[in-house]
Design a protein around this ligand. Structure first.
Ligand SMILES: C[S@@+](CC[C@H](N)C(=O)[O-])C[C@H]1O[C@@H](n2cnc3c(N)ncnc32)[C@H](O)[C@@H]1O
Length: 309
């Protein structure tokens, strides 16, 4: 039963003013504390992805607009979009209905308002990615007004299963409560994102309810853990930001938005060179949800070679 798997689907009442800041309605605490096998949770998660109509969980939000993206993502996202040349490319991972991309192509969306000085002749190219096909009639209508290569929707598998040959390279990649929040293999996910980014390209993303960079926050739901954790060898949650900062060939900035419900941490990750190495993570705990609850273990660093006598 779908309702049984939505362990994070009931949220406490919030005022309308607070609701405006909400990213999703589904992040209420999970009730089970023992980790069920990942396989069982994977199939529950698949049902969440595929649910349609009334069966779609309220917390599984698939239609965030461009303005919601601009509010949620780190400062600089709108400018990066405005700077995108006609041959340059934007990938939105976990795009749902692809509303933000559709808003980008609407004639009313003027990237110059985001700071572009010269007149934009033509907007960049965009690819929306989703596990399940959530396209609406508006997608088709927009596609008909654009050149074939300008707008693409890819679906049917998670990011990690795409090759660079299939997708090509991108100057800009975003993820608003998509694969970054849902994947059970975060290190492989980041490796893939960084292999798709051009040098100087930027990945903008967010996490809900995680230990912030300063370590100054508490889990949003009393008595519950943070939604995504990265534990080191001593079992301490180092937070997503600290792990991202261990990746080579990237410049990372993390910002905490404590006035969101649940609070958000945002990440701006610029690729600076091609020798990317992502510290590997192992999934330790995964409970299906919107988004799922995840604990990753940071693998021990390889032992230093023994000194020669
Ligand atoms: C909650 S919806 C968010 C949709 C959209 N970003 C929005 O804000 O409206 C989650 C999206 O992430 C996608 N997704 C989850 N895991 C993914 C993965 N590993 N790779 C690609 N897409 C993924 C789902 O298929 C879905 O399109």
């Amino acid at each position: 039963m779908i309702s049984l798997i939505n362990l994070r689907g009931i949220r406490s009442a919030v005022t309308p003013a607070v609701l405006m800041l909400c990213l999703g309605a589904g992040n209420a605490p999970a009730q089970n504390t023992t980790a069920p096998p990942v396989d069982a949770e994977r199939s529950k998660q698949e049902k969440i992805y595929q649910a349609r109509g009334e069966l779609r969980l309220e917390g599984y939000v698939i239609d965030r607009s461009m303005s919601a993206y601009v509010r949620a993502l780190p400062a600089g996202f709108a400018q990066a979009l405005a700077n995108l040349g006609p041959e340059e490319r934007w990938l939105d991972i976990g795009a749902g209905q692809g509303m933000a991309i559709l808003d980008y192509y609407s004639p009313e969306y003027d990237p110059r308002q985001a700071g572009r000085r010269e007149r934009q002749i033509k907007k960049g190219r965009a690819v929306a990615m989703s596990i399940e096909d959530r396209r609406t009639p508006r997608w088709q209508q927009t596609a008909e007004t654009l050149e074939p290569k300008q707008l693409q929707y890819v679906f049917g598998k998670p990011l990690r299963e795409y090759s660079t040959e299939e997708l090509g390279h991108f100057q800009l990649i975003t993820d608003v409560i998509g694969g970054f929040s849902y994947t059970e293999n975060l290190s492989l996910f980041m490796e893939k994102v960084l292999s798709l980014l051009t040098v100087n390209g930027t990945f903008y993303t967010v996490s809900q309810d995680v230990r912030n960079e300063a370590g100054s926050n508490k889990p949003h739901y009393a008595g519950e853990p943070f939604l995504s954790q990265i534990r080191n060898a001593t079992g301490n949650d180092i937070g997503i930001c600290a792990w991202l900062k261990q990746i080579s060939c990237v410049e990372v900035s993390c910002d905490y938005k404590g006035d969101w419900i649940p609070p958000l941490e945002t990440y701006r990750i610029r690729k600076t060179c091609n020798n990317v190495a992502v510290p590997p993570l192992k999934i330790e705990h995964y409970v299906a949800g919107t988004p799922p609850e995840r604990v990753f273990l940071l693998a021990n660093p390889a032992p230093a070679p023994a000194a020669k006598p």
